[in-house]
Design a protein around this ligand. Structure first.
Ligand SMILES: C[S@@+](CC[C@H](N)C(=O)[O-])C[C@H]1O[C@@H](n2cnc3c(N)ncnc32)[C@H](O)[C@@H]1O
Length: 257
């Protein structure tokens, strides 16, 4: 299984939705931020690497879009999307970032959330996004660039940081690949919102290994990190429980006029 196809795994696909949900308020804040880059009311939106469809249904609910299309390379993830995040305004399609299964010039906004590091041919994906967007449409890339890897999991599984330093592209690499397809940078910013109310809740969701990064570890390495996280969660519960916040980089690029 190559690194782009790790989500073909039924176990991971089944664990993804519950292991990556956000509180409603956080999801809404994220969705409104993403929607603010669409540049017009009732935008048409495509999410590439839509996964279990968390953002597709959120955009359909809160952005008043004219259409939402969710594209993913994994049939297993699309099955979860149709199960957990079906919405009359959302169409889920099998396809890849390098071959988006839609016509040209259709979308005001393209979202790539937590997917850019999985895409084997980023330059080709950038050309595809330029094709499916209308002139001056926006691509929103929600990721953590290599130089700012700061997920909480690295505190408990330090080897993951080294491994992810080899997987995740830098900001400069991504911007260069998109510039090659005629995109210009509108902004690169950073946004953070709570994902769980306590570290105990965070630990409970990590038990199911709900992210592809854990496939890089042995079973023993995973269990050791999980025990460290559980100990920290117990200590925190006795002191002062605090929300776990996740931060992402957000790069917004405009296609050519
Ligand atoms: C970490 S999940 C992100 C899901 C969702 N966007 C989110 O933010 O929760 C990454 C998704 O990208 C998909 N994916 C990986 N490589 C892809 C590619 N080349 N084209 C389209 N989807 C891809 C995977 O199947 C998986 O569903």
């Amino acid at each position: 299984m190559n690194r782009g196809r790790v989500y073909d795994d039924e176990r991971l696909a089944g664990a993804y939705q519950s292991g990556n949900e956000m509180p409603e308020e956080s999801l809404r804040d994220w969705t409104e931020l993403i929607g603010s880059f669409a540049g017009r009311p009732a935008p048409s939106v495509v999410e590439v690497g839509a996964g279990t469809g968390m953002f597709c249904s959120a955009m359909a609910r809160w952005l008043r879009p004219s259409r939402v299309v969710g594209v993913d390379a994994s049939e297993a993830m699309l099955r979860q999307a149709r199960r957990f995040n079906s919405h009359p305004g959302v169409h889920y399609l099998a396809g890849t970032a390098e071959a988006v299964p839609t016509g040209s010039g259709l979308f005001d906004l393209a979202l790539l959330s937590r997917v850019v590091h999985h895409v084997p041919d980023r330059r080709r994906a950038a050309r595809e996004l330029a094709r499916v967007l209308r002139p001056e449409g926006a691509v929103v890339i929600r990721t953590t660039f290599r130089e700012r890897l700061d997920a909480l999991v690295y505190d408990y599984w330090p080897r993951l940081r080294e491994l992810d330093e080899r997987r995740f592209p830098s900001e400069a690499e991504v911007l260069e690949d998109f510039a090659g397809a005629g995109f210009t940078v509108r902004t690169v910013t950073s946004f953070a919102r709570p994902v769980t109310a306590t570290l105990g809740e965070y630990h409970a969701r990590m038990v199911a290994r709900p992210q592809s990064k854990f496939t890089q570890l042995t079973a023993a390495e995973f269990q050791e990190g999980l025990a460290r996280l559980e100990a920290a969660a117990h200590a925190e519960a006795e002191a002062s429980p605090a929300a776990v916040v996740e931060r992402y980089d957000v790069a917004v690029l405009a296609s050519a006029a």
